[in-house]
Design a protein. Structure first.
Length: 345
C-alpha cells in the first residue's frame, strides 16, 4: 500500500483507497507494470482527501483484506482495461464485492468496455455514429476480409489492449488485409480489433480529435487537437500548430467552452453514452462529423489525463483544474450520499 497526502489545511479530509493491478502476466517479483490502469489517483485533491494506492495480486488478497478497506470513506477501482488486465479486474471484483463503502467504476462495468462491446452498446444513440468493430483472433482476420461483418473498406486493425496510435494500421482492401499476419509483431493466436474507417477530415483537410472526460455524467474537455493526417496525436498536433499557430485559438475556444462546442444535442448524446456505459469516470475520444453527429473512436476508463505537454498553454492547465474540481465534487457527493443512507448525517 502506498499513500499520498498533504498538510491538513483545516477540516476533515476523507480517506480514499484506489485499487490498481499489475498487467496480466506480470509475476511476483518482476518490475511492477501498471498498464491497464488509469491515473485518477494523481487527480485526487490532497486538500480534501488522503489517498492510498492498493496493489492487487492474487497472492496478497488476505493481506489486502487485513487493511480494512471498509474503514475508508470511498474506494476507486482504477483497473481499467479488460484486454490488458482481465485478471486484475477479477481481483478487483472480488475485493469490491466484499465492501460496504461506495465504489467508483465497479469492476463488472469496466469488464464490459472492450472496444467491440462499446460499439454494440452505443449503436443507435441519437446524435452519435459509432464505427462497426469486431474482436478477432489473428487467424480469423484473413477470413474476415471476405465478409467484414457488414463493414465497408477501409478498415483499421490494432492489437487488443493497445491504445493511441500504437500498431494501428489502415487496410484499404481485401488483398492488403490478407497480409496482416506478415507483420513481425502479429501472432495468429492473439486478439485484434478490426474497425470500420470513417473519413472525418474537414474540407480544409484537417482532422480533429476531442478528448472528453465524463465525470458523474457531466463532460469536461481535456483537449481538442488537430492533425494533417487521420492518426491524431500530440506529436502530429505539435508539428501542425508550428505551421498553423492560429489553430491553437480554436483549441482554446473548444476547451474553454465545451457547452457551446457540444450544444444541447451533444450534451444529450454524452449523457446517453454515460447511461449506456455505466461508469462513474471515463473518457471519450471523438470528433464531430460534417452532419453534426459525434463519432466515437473509443470510450473507456483507461484514458489518462497526465502528463501535460511541456510548457502547456493556459487552457490545458485550466482544463486539468476543471477535471480535478469535478472529481472532487463527485467524491464528496458519493461520500455524503453514503453517509446519509447509513444514518451518519
Amino acid at each position: 500500500m502506498t499513500g499520498t497526502s498533504a498538510p491538513d489545511q483545516g477540516g476533515k479530509r476523507h480517506r480514499i483507497a484506489t485499487l490498481y493491478a499489475p498487467e496480466s502476466g506480470t509475476e511476483q517479483g518482476e518490475d511492477l507494470i501498471l498498464q491497464g490502469n488509469n491515473d485518477i489517483r494523481h487527480l485526487i485533491d490532497p486538500r480534501h482527501f488522503t489517498s492510498d494506492s492498493i496493489i492487487l495480486r492474487a497472492s496478497r488478497l488476505d493481506h489486502i483484506r487485513a487493511i480494512g478497506l471498509n474503514s475508508f470513506d470511498l474506494v476507486i477501482n482504477a483497473v481499467s482495461d479488460v484486454d490488458l488486465n482481465p485478471e486484475g479486474l477479477e481481483l478487483a471484483a472480488t475485493i469490491c464485492g466484499e465492501l460496504d463503502v461506495p465504489v467508483l467504476n465497479l469492476p463488472g462495468a469496466v469488464m464490459d468496455t472492450a472496444r467491440d462491446r462499446i460499439a454494440e452498446k452505443l449503436t443507435g444513440i441519437d446524435g452519435l455514429h459509432i464505427p462497426k468493430t469486431l474482436r478477432l483472433q489473428g487467424s480469423a482476420i484473413t477470413a474476415a476480409s471476405h465478409y467484414l461483418g457488414g463493414m465497408g473498406w477501409p478498415v483499421l486493425v490494432r492489437k487488443a489492449g493497445n491504445h493511441g496510435a500504437i500498431d494501428l494500421v489502415r487496410y484499404d482492401d481485401a488483398a492488403a488485409l490478407a497480409t496482416v499476419l506478415e507483420r513481425a509483431d502479429y501472432d495468429a493466436d492473439d486478439f485484434y480489433y478490426m474497425t470500420e474507417f470513417v473519413d472525418f477530415s474537414e474540407p480544409s483537410g484537417i482532422y480533429w480529435k476531442t478528448r472528453i472526460v465524463v465525470i458523474d455524467g457531466e463532460p469536461v474537455i481535456r483537449h481538442h487537437i488537430p492533425s494533417p493526417e487521420w492518426i491524431v496525436n500530440m506529436s502530429r498536433r505539435k508539428l501542425l500548430v508550428e505551421k498553423r499557430p492560429d489553430l491553437m485559438e480554436r483549441e482554446a475556444r473548444v476547451v474553454n467552452d465545451p457547452l457551446t462546442f457540444l450544444g444541447e444535442a451533444g450534451l444529450r448524446t454524452i449523457r446517453a453514452i454515460h447511461r449506456a456505459i455505466g461508469l462513474d469516470y471515463f473518457g471519450i475520444d471523438c470528433t464531430v462529423l460534417g452532419d453534426g453527429r459525434l463519432m466515437v473512436f473509443e470510450a473507456n476508463a483507461s484514458m489518462n489525463m497526465l502528463p501535460l505537454p511541456e510548457k502547456p498553454p493556459d487552457y490545458s492547465v485550466n482544463a486539468l483544474r476543471r477535471i480535478t474540481s469535478r472529481i472532487t465534487r463527485m467524491l464528496q457527493a458519493r461520500i455524503a450520499g453514503h453517509a446519509a443512507r447509513i444514518g451518519l448525517t
